[in-house]
Design a protein around this ligand. Structure first.
Ligand SMILES: NC(=O)c1ccc[n+]([C@@H]2O[C@H](COP(=O)([O-])OP(=O)(O)OC[C@H]3O[C@@H](n4cnc5c(N)ncnc54)[C@H](OP(=O)(O)O)[C@@H]3O)[C@@H](O)[C@H]2O)c1
Length: 198
């Protein structure tokens, strides 16, 4: 078990999103497309754990949290952290409230949760994704390319595709072009070499 001087157990920090041709991810607080199989792929990816009894941590921006249908809760194997500088109580169905991204990662990496948590999954929005991409423990970006144009007001941030390399194939990720409701999409994973990580 890897532990550093702050008594932290390093956890993989992973982003997951679906973005259309102009990198748009949302409009008016919602996802602008309806791709049920892609949503199933999202759910099965984030809820996968290394062995029974383990859990993942999902980090949500406030807007994402409140716009997500509450019918998805409770979610198997999942602890939910909502990020906000203004809320002062943990929202219904969530487990923790943090004021910044690093506090959420520390929560997962320190006792009492460190022994329980496998992966920190970052599910947006834009600022949470930006913070996660800069985090030294961020190793994978699961980014589905929705191959269509949608009017969006929220966007997935630019990232260095020289640093995060597109993988030709990746375990448990469908390969090739998928299609649902007449919309084509590709499930892509970008992997960062961790040599510079601390
Ligand atoms: N297509 C996809 O895969 C996908 C994924 C995720 C989201 N979306 C879409 O994206 C939109 C929501 O994203 P958004 O970017 O507008 O909002 P958001 O990140 O969900 O919420 C923004 C609020 O969350 C809090 N927050 C965010 N980052 C924080 C941080 N690092 N530290 C502390 N607080 C933080 C702040 O709340 P306070 O003001 O209280 O401080 C901020 O005002 C929706 O349309 C949603 O459907 C799409």
């Amino acid at each position: 078990m890897e532990m550093n001087q702050d008594n932290m157990q390093r956890k993989p920090v992973r982003l997951i999103a679906a973005a259309c041709n102009n990198s748009g991810i949302g409009k008016d607080g919602k996802v602008p497309w309806n791709l049920p199989c892609e949503f199933q792929y999202f759910m099965s990816t984030i809820t996968r754990v290394s062995r029974p009894g383990k859990m993942n941590m999902m980090v949500w921006g406030k807007q994402c949290w409140f716009s997500h249908p509450k019918t998805s809760f409770p979610m198997a194997n999942m602890m939910h952290v909502v990020l906000s500088t203004k809320l002062d109580t943990v929202p219904d169905h969530a487990h923790f409230l943090c004021q910044d991204f690093e506090s959420a990662v520390r929560l997962a990496a320190q006792p009492p949760l460190a022994g329980l948590i496998d992966t920190v999954w970052v599910v947006g929005g834009t600022r949470v994704y930006k913070d996660a991409l800069k985090h030294p423990w961020c190793d994978l970006v699961y980014l589905t390319h929705v191959m269509a144009d949608f009017d969006c007001d929220v966007f997935f941030p630019e990232f260095d595709r020289g640093l995060f390399k597109l993988q030709e194939r990746f375990p448990d990720v469908p390969s090739g072009i998928q299609e649902e409701n007449g919309i084509k999409y590709k499930c892509q994973v970008f992997k960062r070499e961790m040599s510079d990580a601390v």
